[in-house]
Design a protein around this ligand. Structure first.
Ligand code: CUA
Length: 316
């Protein structure tokens, strides 16, 4: 039986997920049971009351109060049980424990960004300690997104101009997929991420190593750092490096090339143009593309943008 249960739902990796699943199975199995009983009774009556001769007349049937009360009260009781049960789990999900570890989550087209207490940041990968409640304080930079981790059975809209929160406590180390569950534009389906649940020690190490993650790692070439920054910011969701046309123009050979803009003019893709494209992406839109890129103002500093330009120069 457990085998069937486990193959239908994703693994349940939090205590709340197990409670949600129990309610899920109660709703579905009781529904299935009632359906089977009703179909059974109907099938039985079809044969039992089949018309046997030409002159057989159906007797007049009066209403039965007993029967009507029964088939009203049983479903009503079920509805109340499901409501109370669901409300209980809902309240658990809506009430983060006071000692929860807070992480700021920002949704933007099309990546997830995470800010931690000590100044560490990450994109796409959310690092959390195992066995400790984590409270996500969520906001959006542009449109409505929805933060969804199926393994934890938690989902909440991420709305511009409004703070929403979501908490969980994952006891075991491992990783789970984060989806965006609200259609948010061309690359909505690529707005994926991973929750990495780590032991307390690994998590503290990770935090320490990523503290103020803005500086170039020692000994790394600027172009190599630039490449890493583009990966951290999920630029490849929209920009290919091999000439393929995606949501945004490909980066292959873009540096130094002549670019046709949507207003009919032409510019040379030099340092200034690329920097402007990162900070004010919709000032100059390349012909054949929609003005959908979000600004990276305040997210990438000059040093980082220079490194990205160095990286673009290598994509010939
Ligand atoms: Cu963000 Cu869909």
């Amino acid at each position: 039986m457990n085998f069937i249960f486990n193959s239908i739902l994703p693994p349940a990796k939090t205590a709340v997920a197990h409670q949600t699943d129990t309610l899920f199975w109660f709703v579905h199995l009781s529904g299935l049971f009632i359906t089977a009983v009703l179909i059974g009774i109907v099938a039985y009556f079809v044969f039992k009351y089949k018309r046997k001769s030409e002159d057989e007349v159906t007797p007049v049937i009066k209403n039965s109060v007993k029967l009507e009360v029964t088939w009203t009260l049983i479903p009503l009781a079920l509805v109340f049980i499901v409501f109370a049960w669901g409300y209980k789990i809902y309240m658990i999900e809506e009430t983060p424990p006071d000692d929860a570890y807070e992480i700021k989550v920002t949704g933007q087209q099309w990546l997830w960004r995470f800010d931690y207490k000590n100044g560490a940041t990450s994109t796409k990968e959310l690092h959390v300690p195992a066995g400790r409640p984590v409270n996500l304080i969520m906001n959006s930079k542009d449109v409505i997104h929805s933060f969804y981790v199926p393994d934890f059975r938690i989902k909440k809209d991420v709305v511009p101009g409004r703070r929403t929160q979501l908490w969980f406590n994952a006891p075991d180390t491992g990783s789970s997929v984060i989806f965006c569950a609200e259609y948010c534009g061309a690359s909505h389906s690529d707005m994926l991420g991973t929750v990495v649940v780590q032991s307390e020690e690994d998590f503290q190490n990770w935090l320490a190593n990523n503290k103020g993650g803005a500086a170039k790692p020692e000994g790394m070439e600027p172009a190599e750092w630039g490449k890493q920054l583009t990966q951290d910011n999920a630029c490849q969701t929209c920009h290919s490096t091999d000439g393929t046309k995606m949501t945004g123009p490909s980066w292959k050979g873009v540096y130094g090339s002549k670019v046709s803009l949507s207003d009919g003019s032409t510019v040379t893709a030099d340092e200034d143009y690329i920097k402007e494209s990162i900070l004010k992406p919709n000032e100059k839109v390349v012909q054949g593309f929609d003005p959908v890129m979000t600004s990276y103002e305040g997210q990438l500093n000059d040093e980082q943008i220079d490194a990205i330009i160095e990286y673009l120069k290598t994509l010939k």
